[in-house]
Design a protein around this ligand. Structure first.
Ligand code: 5GP
Length: 191
């Protein structure tokens, strides 16, 4: 997605070879027009995948997942990173190691929000090691639903997540694929 790549080149900051900061349009300040375009692109890419529900992981996945679900006219479910007292006892959890925080958390879902037979599209802001995606997949499959696709706004393809998911047979689409990056450069994979 050219518009997204231009923004990454203009405003993104590679902190090192592994971590990209995009706080100014995706993670903290959010460019809503760009997010709508991202939602439109995911809706186009997964139009024929028989998706019945979109899920994401709080917090940075919510904006692109909302835009996608809105355009696809599907329900959106947000997986939580912590249990709240407002949740009931139908919780299921998967342990995920956070690449950016360098610690584990329990990805949490109230089971009734994913129905048996659902075909789920998982949307997140980044794909790095694939830990968050595999955690989400395990929750979906424990609800007797299937994963119909995985969409990452930005995939760092020099990290193992993309290959792990493709090797496991999932349909993964990324809107910007970074082949390598370093302090003052970002190089995208050729489309
Ligand atoms: P994974 O589980 O694939 O290792 O990482 C995905 C999660 O880590 C995403 O939900 C995202 O929030 C966060 N993440 C991974 N890499 C980056 C990065 O380079 N920059 C930012 N801002 N977040 C990242």
């Amino acid at each position: 997605m050219e518009l997204l790549k231009e923004r990454i080149l203009k405003e993104g900051k590679a902190l090192n070879t592994e971590v990209l900061k995009v706080d100014m349009f995706l993670n903290q300040q959010v460019d809503t027009e760009l997010i709508d375009a991202i939602g439109g692109e995911f809706a186009r890419l997964f139009a024929d995948s028989g998706i019945t529900r979109v899920i994401t992981i709080e917090a940075s996945g919510i904006a692109p997942a909302y835009a996608t679900a809105r355009i696809m006219r599907l329900p959106l479910v947000i997986l939580k990173k912590a249990v709240s007292i407002a949740m009931d006892d139908s919780l299921i959890q998967a342990e995920v190691f956070s690449f950016t925080k360098q610690k584990s958390y329990q990805l949490t879902l109230q089971k009734e929000y994913i129905r048996p037979g659902d075909r789920v599209l998982i949307i997140d802001d980044f794909l790095a090691m694939g830990e968050a995606a595999f955690g989400a997949i395990s929750l979906v499959e424990r609800c007797d639903a299937t994963v119909g696709g995985i969409g990452a706004v930005i995939c760092k393809s020099h990290q193992p997540g993309l290959k792990r998911l493709l090797d496991a047979g999932y349909n993964v689409q990324a809107l910007a694929k970074i082949a390598e990056m370093g302090k003052d450069y970002i190089r995208f994979e050729e489309d």
